[in-house]
Design a protein around this ligand. Structure first.
Ligand code: Z5A
Ligand code: MG
Length: 255
């Protein structure tokens, strides 16, 4: 049997040995710069981080297909990347959203707008941690979907943007450009709320009011492999820029 004193000494010794072994694998320069986050792994420049890349576009423009392909591509290049999507239907808030989208619950337009936004806020700090640790996030829909869909219902666009202010601003928004008519010809249209041609036309108009310098437009009517190639190039460039450490994370829509 151990006494309390000898047990404590053993724990301290084991902890010290582990730390000595762990830190001896890390160059001291990296240790200083990256604190406790992934010290042995990622870029070694001050401020080096992963990229926040968002894919937006009308329903059936190909966002989910391309997000999956992008993450596979980046991982194949040895770049740490994760696929995220909004709404995230796994959280409690996400479950309320999912019930609304599948028409099993009814909510006031303002209420559902704020829930979509809350669903992003509950993920914000994890998002920041991942990006700072060097992981690139490929995000399937973000605040732009929130504002485009709610303002297409007639809500004031500035009111719609307000709860999104202060979320992380993407480094790149890749907009998969397709007409509502063409998108509606693709499989699976019509299952959920919002999947109606007339409404999608309004969403397309709303998206137009939102683009800024972080947006790149990609013709989503091209064959899927051509869209994929174009996205690979612009996303790869963005990841390399973020690795250089010259672009700190910034808040969305705050000026
Ligand atoms: N919403 C909101 O109101 N507020 C918010 O804040 C947020 C969202 C975040 C759920 O979205 C709904 O929530 C959405 C907006 C609203 N409105 N609706 N409806 P979702 O993301 O869960 O929706 P989804 O079910 O994933 O569908 P989607 O996103 O509209 O589809 P997509 O991801 O853009 O497309 P895909 O699944 O990749 O492809 C669709 C089909 O087209 C499929 O058969 C593909 O094989 C095919 N495809 C893809 N690319 C091509 C090309 N290039 N050529 C030919 N065929 C192609
Ligand atoms: Mg999708």
């Amino acid at each position: 049997m151990f006494s309390a004193g000898s047990f404590k000494a053993l724990v301290l010794k084991k902890t010290f040995n582990f730390q000595a072994q762990f830190f001896s694998n890390c160059p001291p320069k990296k240790l200083r710069m990256e604190g406790n986050l992934n010290c042995c792994n990622r870029g070694n420049k001050k401020g080096s981080r992963g990229a926040l890349v968002v894919l937006e576009g009308l329903d059936r423009s190909g966002k989910s297909s391309q997000c999956r392909r992008l993450v596979n591509y980046l991982e194949g290049q040895g770049i740490s990347a994760e696929l995220w999507r909004f709404p995230d239907r796994n959280t409690d808030v996400g479950k309320l959203i999912s019930a609304y989208l599948t028409n099993t619950s009814q909510l006031d337009d303002h209420t559902i707008h704020l829930l979509f936004s809350a669903n992003r806020w509950e993920k914000r700090s994890l998002m920041e941690t991942k990006l700072k640790s060097g992981t690139t996030l490929i995000v399937d829909r973000y605040s732009y979907s929130g504002v485009a869909f709610s303002s297409a219902k007639g809500l004031d666009i500035e009111w719609c943007k307000a709860p999104e202010v202060g979320l992380l601003a993407p480094d790149l928004v890749a907009y998969l450009d397709i007409s509502p008519e063409k998108a509606s010809e693709r499989g699976g249209y019509g299952g959920e709320r919002y999947e109606m041609l007339e409404f999608q036309k309004k969403v397309a108009e709303s998206y137009k009011a939102l683009h800024d310098v972080s947006w790149k437009f990609v013709d989503a009517c091209q064959p899927i492999e051509d869209v994929e190639k174009q996205l690979q190039e612009i996303v790869h460039n963005c990841v390399m820029e973020c690795r250089k450490g010259k672009q700190p994370l910034s808040p969305l829509w705050s000026n």
